[in-house]
Ligand binder design. Sequence first.
Ligand code: IFM
Length: 448
Amino acid sequence: MRDDGFPDDFVWGCSASSYQVEGAIREDERGLSIWDEFSHAKGMIRDGSNGDIACDSYHRYPEDIALLSRLKANAYRFSIAWPRIQAGGRGTPNQKGLDHYSRFVDALLEKNIEPWPTLYHWDLPLELQKKGGWAERDTAYRFAEYAEIMFRCLGSRVKHWTSVNEPWCSAFLGYREGEHAPGLRDPNLAYKSVHHLLLAHGLADQAFRQGGMQGDFGIVVNPATPRPANDSEECRQAAHRASLERTALWFDPVFGRGYPNEYVRACGAQLPIEAGDMDLISLPVDFVGLNYYLEDTVVPALKGPDNPLGYRIVSSGAPKTEMGWEIVPQGLQRLICTIAEEWKPKALYVTENGAAFHDFRSVQGGTEFIHDAGRIAYLRDHLHACRDAIALGAPLKGYFVWSLLDNFEWAWGLAMKFGLVAVDEKTQERIPKDSFAFYRDAIAGSAL
Ligand code: IFM
């Protein structure tokens, strides 16, 4: 154990995803994804931007890896763009896409950085969406086929695989709220998507095990365990109900308990389960990734068609990030410990944590500096919360900052900046912020 309370073999990484950083959307026979279409549709992205170029990491990844190396990060969590591998989401893989990720993985390994690919971080091939996307069962089988292609291509070099990232966002922001691609507003399609995303995860898990792959396979969720606004029984019950869609809906089936009845009944969720599905979904996982940014506070509210779980989010008075998200570092410790106690995963990783803040620039001696004291405080406090969770016995094995670079923040566009490193939108120059030096020191063991 290090003096700062982190285990010697702790994983220190940064996270990113393909559509948010790669750009090069029409290169090397990449097909279009639902986000290419969505980001170009009028009014869907707040600042009118899109991911056509993003950070140009498809070309500039050597620079990104050099930055990770300067941090002395020992892991990089990135995602593979499915439409680069199968332009239309099925059939013969595109060799150019495979070669790209193969070169990328080699370049990471050369710098002693473990590649942590996610197979699905939201860029579904558009062709599959035209056939119904995640609301269609076939998409799960297409995903398993694509996962197998990637296991064969990278399996000897990659030791940590993630199936899907934050399936809650894919299902509910994409198919119920209309805020994310494909921009639909139909709860029934969202419930079907929940099941097919989990089935996709289970089928890929099966392919991983049957293919005799070495290493770990897991799922990354953005769970939420909101706080009751006060200690009353009504409030505590409301907080429990508020957590169901983000926690039990995913963890219960993955850990063999089936879908939570309480949620299914309250929402009238029709889940298109077929024989054998729940066995696939509950195949063993080697780890669970948790993405944490905020903790909500809730009070009870009248149940009704628009609010089947009967709760309302209220302000707790905590300070907020630029996204309007309340900053509650101890919420991360509570979340880790709750998941560890309730579902007992073998290993947990904080696979995303970070904050969007306005950065301040100064020029000294001709060099540009970017000051982001808010982000430094946020990261420090959340890392302390991780340390507390470890001290309480949670099997937390690693932490990934979201994100290495300022990038395309989905419906918010390029305006929201989460990076340790700024990216000049015109020149693509990478400029490390003060938080970059902080995280480098935290990794080295001298900042916490
Ligand atoms: O940028 C996203 C990421 O793609 C998924 N998790 C949350 C991040 C910040 O909103």
